[in-house]
Write a protein that binds this ligand. Structure first.
Ligand code: 10E
Ligand code: SF4
Length: 329
């Protein structure tokens, strides 16, 4: 493509769905409701979701983020992040007499339950996921004796199991679907009797955001993914965009991180955002692009999403109690 001229058509392809999934929406609202209900501070173990702006905004409202329950003063309220925690974290919290609110996404909890069930049946569980990621730490903690982490196809050669006729694979919820299938393929070659999870572990939101970015990838000279660097699902969108044929793709937290040089010779910009990203940040990117002549926005729609989750049960119980008290007054 030649140098950009005043006549180069400029357009934006905007992925749908993008941004908040049901688990993130619920977790962020849970922190806000907890602050309203119990007042500040509410401690949150780990970033409630992996987004800088969300964390900064909740901090301003009175949330205190910590990495370990040991940092939470005895008797306080602590919320667990959407990524889930291992049973030992629940135990530690109980020992410290903390009131807990569990904002683990129900779709992560589903994977925890699968791990528990297969461990009870004495299976070896091959957990496909990224080493050190919070969700993987939580899921592995459900059955550490039975779980082996497989971090991509290159890990497969070294995997060992006790009984190759009793092996199942499970996964992190936010992986690249294609790379996971590649890993599963390699695992199946090695363990032909390997069984698959009872239902998809990679969640609907991860899958839909990847399908949408794939649809726009081939037509985009540049794809901008809004999301934080530690957000696994957001980082995957950059990789999927490049894999689908985008010439260039970048992850940004905020519009001011976009480099003007990226627009050199570009006529079509794809825009999407990770599952932990509020729409206001995408609005900022669209405004930035519009100021530079990219005013024409076309939606690339891959799926319709309507799933929602009710708030964590501890919060629902206390909100109900409060409502009842108001009625009695
Ligand atoms: O790093 P991740 O993509 O797992 O997390 P995130 O907070 O960016 O997005 C939400 C995803 C969760 C909570 C894991 N299922
Ligand atoms: Fe739940 Fe999927 Fe969102 Fe993770 S990305 S919080 S599993 S809906």
């Amino acid at each position: 493509m030649g140098r950009m001229t005043a006549t180069t058509p400029r357009r934006v392809l905007l992925a749908a769905p993008r941004g908040y999934c049901a688990g993130v929406d619920r977790a962020v609202i849970a922190v806000e409701k907890a602050l309203e209900q119990y007042g500040s501070p509410v401690y949150v173990r780990h970033e409630i979701v992996h987004n800088k702006y969300v964390v900064q905004t909740l901090e301003k409202k009175g949330a205190i983020f910590v990495e370990e329950t040991a940092e939470v003063p005895e008797g306080s309220i602590v919320m667990f992040s959407a990524h889930g925690v291992s049973p030992t974290v629940h135990e530690e919290a109980a020992e410290r007499k903390l009131a807990t609110i569990d904002a683990t996404c129900p779709l992560v909890t589903k994977v925890h339950k699968e791990a528990v069930r297969f461990a009870q049946d004495d299976f070896d569980i091959l957990l496909i996921g990224h080493e050190g990621h919070e969700e993987v730490i939580g899921t592995s903690g459900e059955a550490p004796e039975h779980i082996t982490l497989v971090d991509g196809p290159e890990d497969v050669a070294a995997v060992e199991v006790r009984d190759p006729s009793k092996v199942v694979w499970l996964s992190q919820t936010t992986l690249s679907v294609d790379e996971t299938m590649e890993t599963v393929g390699a695992l199946k070659e090695k363990f032909p009797l390997l069984i698959s999870p009872p239902s998809d572990d990679i969640c609907y939101a991860t899958q839909n955001r990847q399908i949408a970015v794939k649809q726009m990838g081939a037509d985009a000279d540049l794809v901008i993914v809004v999301g934080s660097k530690n957000s696994s699902n957001s980082v995957r969108l950059v990789e999927v965009a490049l894999g689908a044929g985008a010439n260039d793709a970048h992850l940004v937290d905020f519009a001011d991180e976009i480099d003007e040089a990226w627009l050199e010779g570009v006529s079509t910009v794809g825009v999407t955002s990770g599952a932990s990203v509020p729409e206001v940040l995408v609005d900022g990117v669209l405004a930035w692009l519009s100021e530079r002549g990219f005013e024409d926005v076309e939606i690339v729609k891959a799926a319709e999403e309507s799933i929602t989750f009710s708030l964590p049960k501890e919060l629902r119980r206390d909100l109900r109690a409060e409502a009842a008290a108001l009625v009695e007054k």
